[in-house]
Unconditional design. Structure first.
Length: 652
């Protein structure tokens, strides 16, 4: 069968970090005979070459090419392209991983839309990834109508014939930004680019030792020399005007201005900062016309103007002012409505822990040259921000803690300009109400089991800031009751350390509050059990009640129905099934799940000849409690010993 996708992985001394990558490549939903994996070992000196050779001997879809070290990823990727047999090629770094359906979805989407380039949604674990690009699916996109230029890493799928037709390959050698040169030309010459926004395809991971190439300090002279080559590509394939300016603006904004703002600048030694500033200034003066900086946000315009005027000290002063700015997202009411979680929060910029204030009656005026000093710069930014406050946006994202995959949720926003008494200043307050539907929060699919954190994202003036929603009440761990929605038990709660709002999906047990159920509130009449539970259900929901005696268990179908502020559990156990024993009870809210999960209830049932009685669950004796603690302690010791042996084996 023809190969649909060739996955090309440049490899250099990844050590154990390559294992997750390997696992993800072998778990792909695309049939094994429809894709190949080509590891190009760029002169690794660790155990990786032997590991890959052994893998290739076991896996027909895996090939390994060994070569002398070339110094960077460009040549290994080109070698992989030359060896590839697939209709599309996909580039993956050796310390990243793919989602299980990534190849199948990206290939199918590319073929369906005639795409030369397919960009899959990314998630960053300790690394920044584009957000706006993946707000939605984009079957037909270009640099003119989509923020493609925000994503210039090579971790995409490219039609092999397209690369050959235009003769596109990566620049080789010890250099930076080879991916910018390659991807920019691909975008500009592709007949179509397709973007998948509803499924995370690629996980961009930061290594524990922070030794990813992108985190290493670079030589400014070489870096900005290589950056000019990406600008050359833009100038070769675009005409002067708005499109070219918008593309150039990406490098001015991301690679230059943002490196000179806040802690990103101040964390570097002064001599390095000055050298970087000078290289940036040369590019700004040489390559960018006035239309490039004019399209930046206000804060970015200020920095760009100061750079063009060669005012390093003022750039540092502005960075010091910006370091004190934070986003606050203070939560309000949290409640369930018809199976959806709704909560309010107030978003506002702060400085030094107090609300940031702006000049009242702000008027937007062009920045006519660099500000005279820091005070004038702050005043101009403030006035412009007030004048454009109507364009400020608030997003609510839920982020999966284990993978860092994040998803937009619906938000209703009102903007409020609040005068500060007797000062002539105002506060810019964003009031938002977010709705999270657990049954469809993941681009139409249910939230997966695990922990999910809530993030507010605000774009205001020249700032784009993200903050956890919190803090909420520190004493009340649960933000509201748990809900049974979409076959999941979802508990909104405040985190222990910071009091931020998070969601526990199918993991919570004691925190659900089921243990507070009073057995005296439970009744059995007409052969049916009736138990009020502190759960939210949007409608009658099928559940399973498991009854367990010392020697067997019985599963009884039941229902949860809305009842006042909670839910009513109803089930019909039979006397014949339960006679002669005391039965502990547990509730399964998702009987059809692949791995049904049962939640213990603090009541037991006992049947006599004609009826079933409700009794309190016997508490474990002191001896049993001590034995349970001892078992847990022993398990922890054995786990630590196993981890220690594994670590020693890895070093051997």
């Amino acid at each position: 069968m023809p190969v649909k996708v060739s996955v090309i992985v440049p490899v250099y001394n990844p050590g154990p970090y390559i294992e997750d990558c390997i696992t993800s490549l072998l778990k792909q939903s695309l049939p094994p005979d429809e894709y190949e994996v080509i590891f190009v070992d760029d002169g690794s000196t660790d155990q990786t070459p032997a590991r890959l050779d052994a893998l290739a001997a076991e896996e027909p879809r895996v090939r390994v090419i060994h070569q002398e070290n070339s110094g960077w990823s460009g040549k290994p990727r080109n070698v992989g392209i030359a060896a590839s047999q697939g209709e599309y090629v996909m580039f993956v770094d050796n310390d990243d991983r793919l989602a299980d359906e990534a190849l199948e979805r990206m290939y199918g989407y590319g073929v369906a839309n005639g795409a030369d380039v397919v960009v899959g949604k990314m998630a960053g674990q300790g690394r920044g990834v584009p957000v706006e690009l993946f707000r939605r699916n984009r079957p037909r996109a270009s640099v003119r109508d989509a923020p493609l230029i925000d994503s210039l890493t090579p971790h995409k799928m490219f039609r092999r014939a397209f690369l050959d037709e235009i003769g596109l390959r990566f620049p080789e050698g010890r250099r930076r930004l080879e991916d910018h040169v390659f991807v920019t030309e691909a975008y500009l010459r592709a007949a179509n680019v397709s973007v998948i926004g509803d499924y995370v395809c690629y996980y961009h991971l930061r290594r524990d030792d922070s030794s990813n190439a992108g985190f290493q300090q670079f030589d400014p002279v070489g870096y900005f020399k290589n950056l000019r080559e990406a600008l050359d590509v833009v100038e070769q394939y675009t005409e002067p005007g708005e499109v070219r300016d918008s593309l150039h603006r990406r490098w001015l904004r991301v690679e230059m201005v943002e490196r000179l703002r806040g802690n990103r600048l101040l964390a570097k030694p002064d001599d390095y900062r000055r050298k970087q500033f000078e290289e940036i200034r040369q590019v700004v003066v040489e390559r960018f016309g006035p239309g490039v900086a004019a399209g930046l946000q206000p804060t970015q315009q200020v920095v760009a103007a100061l750079v063009a005027a060669d005012r390093y000290d003022d750039v540092v002063a502005f960075a010091e002012w910006e370091t004190g700015l934070r986003l606050s997202a203070r939560p309000g009411t949290v409640e369930w409505q018809d199976g959806r979680l709704r909560f309010d929060f107030v978003a506002e910029l702060t400085a030094g822990g107090a609300p940031l204030t702006f000049p009242g009656g702000g008027v937007r005026t062009p920045l006519d040259g660099p500000p005279a000093d820091l005070e004038e710069a702050v005043a101009w930014v403030g006035a412009d921000t007030v004048a454009r406050f109507g364009q400020a946006t608030v997003d609510l994202l839920v982020r999966e803690r284990s993978s860092a995959a994040q998803y937009f949720q619906p938000v209703e926003v009102t903007r409020e300009i609040v005068p500060v008494e007797d000062s002539g200043q105002v506060r810019l307050v964003l009031r938002a109400t977010a709705t999270v539907d657990p049954a469809g929060a993941v681009d139409g699919s249910p939230l997966r089991a695990g922990l999910w954190d809530t993030y507010a994202r605000v774009r205001l003036g020249g700032w784009s800031k993200t903050s956890r929603v919190g803090p909420g009440p520190r004493k009340a761990r649960a933000a509201t009751s748990a809900a049974v929605v979409g076959g999941r038990v979802v508990l909104p709660y405040w985190t222990d350390q910071h009091g931020n709002l998070s969601l526990d999906v199918d993991r919570a047990n004691q925190r659900l509050g089921l243990g507070r159920l009073d057995p005296e509130a439970v009744s059995v009449s007409g052969g049916r059990l009736h138990a009020p539970l502190p759960l939210h259900v949007p409608a009658e929901t099928a559940v399973l009640l498991r009854l367990t005696s010392p020697d067997r268990s019985v599963d009884v179908p039941g229902t949860l129905s809305p009842a006042g502020g909670g839910a009513l559990l109803e089930a019909a156990p039979t006397v014949a099934d339960l006679s002669g024993a005391t039965w502990r009870t547990a509730l399964c809210a998702a009987p059809d799940a692949a791995e049904p999960r049962f939640l213990p209830l603090p009541l037991a049932l006992r049947a006599d000849t004609n009826s079933i009685k409700v009794v309190r669950t016997p508490r474990p004796t002191a001896v049993r409690r001590l034995a349970r603690r001892a078992r847990r302690a022993l398990a922890a010791v054995l786990k630590r010993r196993a981890a220690s042996r594994a670590a020693k084996a890895g070093k051997a």
